[in-house]
Design a protein around this ligand. Structure first.
Ligand SMILES: [Zn+2]
Length: 462
């Protein structure tokens, strides 16, 4: 296959994801993902998998660690044929042996299979992505209340584009291997329930290709903007989590704000996912109050996520240990973008203490930040750069933050994933093992969600 010809065909399709006859690896789809958006072109019909029951040959799976003096020096892999039926991996065959010749057969080209990536904090309803370049404008000293005022003007400007841009954002994250998502969605008097309605419409269209929970987010302050009734309506409309925001700095009444948030969650049997940016004593007081509330309210155990939780970066090691133990006991999770700079979150210490730490994009590009790539493998790489001494073992473990702690190998090197009857939700990566994928942020080749290829391309056999 002539690569120049492919390139020409690609360009003539004005940015559609390339597939036609592309030799896998010779022309990686991801080399085009650096464009301002990834188009919804999806795969060429020739290689689009529409079958429910099929084989995927030449899938590279991790099978163990090689140890030298008890130190992991290498990751072993093996090529397998996956049999996928009705969204599940129903068998892992030795290569092409004793199989049903009537089934369609595709070729993963020896690419590494990794678990589906999970973006657990994104704002699909509020983005500049997919529109013209626009830098944020947050001069030093801009407060969160200033940003709320800015939003009250900006949101009506963005509203006509919510659907189009959410679609493009979904295309972007799928091109990075993400198909499991938790999206915050503005619910406040400026947007009303419009953002939620629109996002739900988009997600309905993507229900076979993306699993997305929604957090109703009172971005302008639950109490400050008098959003409680709207939040209750959002719960009735099917939002999965009650959101919240800086109860002292924004709402001016920490206990009242948090009580109102938890009450909505309890009334509707939902979880809570709060944006807590406060990094001073107010932030600590809010953390303690939330933990106390969960400790005395068994229905909230395992149902609280604290997004950002910047105050944890201000604690010493012993203080982190103490609060981490309480969080782990109540299964309180942290969702972090893995921030870089002066704020060093104790993410590894939290994980080591048993706290669930998830990561997410937050802003891809919007009035808060222009830097998001929508790539959870990049977040695993950031985590590795900030928290570990890189070697084969630690790099392979760092992948966990991107995949909801699903890893191909356990700490001893035993194969844990995929197993027969697991969801066929995974990403094919141009890497030899997890450690390389994390260190090099390796190109993604194809993304599958419950058996459906939702992005990229594979070869067809026969
Ligand atoms: Zn956020």
């Amino acid at each position: 296959m002539n690569e120049n010809k492919n390139r020409h065909e690609f360009l003539s399709q004005s940015g559609k994801v390339i597939t036609a006859c592309a030799q896998l690896g010779a022309l990686s789809p991801t080399s085009y993902a650096a464009q301002s958006t990834v188009k919804s072109g999806k795969v060429n019909n020739a290689f689009k998998i529409t079958d429910k029951h099929y084989y995927l040959d030449n899938v590279l799976l991790e099978s163990g660690f090689v140890f030298e003096d008890k130190v992991v020096v290498h990751t072993l892999t093996e090529l397998k044929t996956l049999e996928i039926n009705n969204g599940k991996i129903v068998a892992l065959h030795e290569k092409q042996l004793n199989q049903n010749n009537a089934l369609p057969r595709y070729d993963a080209g020896g690419k590494l299979m990794l678990p589906a990536m999970r973006d657990m904090h994104i704002h699909l309803d509020k983005t500049f992505y997919g529109g013209p370049w626009r830098a944020p404008n947050r001069p030093e000293g801009t407060t969160i209340r200033d940003m709320i005022k800015l939003e009250q003007k900006l949101l009506s400007e963005l509203q006509p584009y919510i659907q189009e841009r959410a679609e493009k954002l979904i295309d972007l994250i799928q091109s990075k291997g993400t198909t499991i998502v938790r999206s915050h969605c503005n619910v406040e008097p400026t947007s009303g329930l419009k953002n939620l309605e629109t996002l739900q419409t988009v997600l309905t269209r993507h229900q076979s290709s993306l699993t997305c929970e929604i957090v109703a987010f009172p971005q302008h302050g639950l109490l400050l903007s008098k959003s409680e009734d709207l939040m209750r309506e959002a719960m009735q409309m099917g939002a999965h989590y009650v959101g919240g925001l800086d109860p002292t700095n924004v709402d001016g009444s920490m206990e009242k704000s948090l009580d109102a948030m938890f009450l909505i969650a309890l009334d509707y049997g939902k979880g809570v996912d709060i944006h807590l940016h406060e990094s001073n004593s107010a932030g600590m007081a809010a953390m303690n109050y939330m933990l106390e509330t969960v400790e005395k309210t068994p229905q909230l155990k395992g149902k609280l996520t604290i997004s950002h939780a910047f105050v944890l970066a201000t604690l010493n090691e012993q203080q982190v240990d103490e609060i981490a133990e309480r969080m782990a006991a109540q299964k309180v999770a942290v969702a972090s973008t893995v921030p870089i700079g002066t704020l060093h979150m104790p993410l590894k210490q939290l994980r080591d203490k048993g706290v669930v730490v998830m990561t997410g994009t937050d802003s891809v590009i919007d009035h808060w930040s222009p830097y998001g790539l929508g790539d959870m493998l990049e977040k695993a790489n950031l985590y590795a750069q900030l928290y570990i001494r890189p070697n084969e073992y630690t790099l392979s473990r760092a992948l966990a933050i991107a995949t909801g702690d699903v890893l191909p190998l356990n700490d001893k090197g035993e194969q844990m994933w995929p197993k027969v009857l697991d969801d066929a939700s995974f990403v094919l990566v141009d890497a030899s093992c997890s450690a390389e994928a994390v260190a090099r942020i390796s190109p993604r080749i194809a993304t599958f969600h419950r058996g459906e290829m939702v992005w990229g391309s594979v070869g067809k056999v026969g």
